[in-house]
Design a protein around this ligand. Structure first.
Ligand code: SF4
Ligand code: SF4
Length: 126
């Protein structure tokens, strides 16, 4: 289990690390919310990826036209929370049927290569 600050809600803290779930327990407010879990990511060259799992606390997907993982980057070191499982913090793909107000409402997503770029494989045109 990990402990951190929600990047979208500065000042609020949460417990994470429930693999396969999307729980966020806000200690300051008692309000909980869920973000979609990244069930798998095959982009092992990404700094946040170890053994096919994403460990970024909240990724951003999309640039309006393409459902790429905007959090992807290459570096020799590995990052993220090794005990946590990645989740979708925001998504700009308004044309996806899982998207509402630039937030993803899929129960979970998968990420992999599309034309050599890291993409959300769960993207589905509305
Ligand atoms: S989902 Fe994105 S940030 Fe996470 S490991 Fe895959 S490419 Fe990297
Ligand atoms: S499933 Fe759709 S809304 Fe969710 S992250 Fe992927 S492209 Fe965005």
């Amino acid at each position: 289990m990990g402990f951190g600050v929600d990047r979208r809600r500065p000042g609020q803290h949460f417990l994470s690390g429930f693999r396969g779930t999307a729980h966020r327990l806000y200690l300051t407010t008692g309000i909980s919310m869920e973000m979609p879990v990244i069930n798998a990511c095959e982009v092992e060259e990404c700094a946040y990826n170890t053994e096919g799992a994403c460990h970024a606390l909240a990724i951003t997907v999309g640039d309006v036209r393409h459902a790429h993982c905007d959090t992807f980057f290459r570096t020799p070191a590995k990052g993220g929370d090794p005990l946590g499982i990645g989740q979708v913090g925001a998504c700009k793909m308004a044309g996806c049927r899982h998207n509402s107000q630039f937030e993803c409402h899929a129960p979970g997503i998968s990420v992999g290569y599309v034309e050599s770029a890291a993409n959300c494989l769960t993207y589905s045109p509305a």
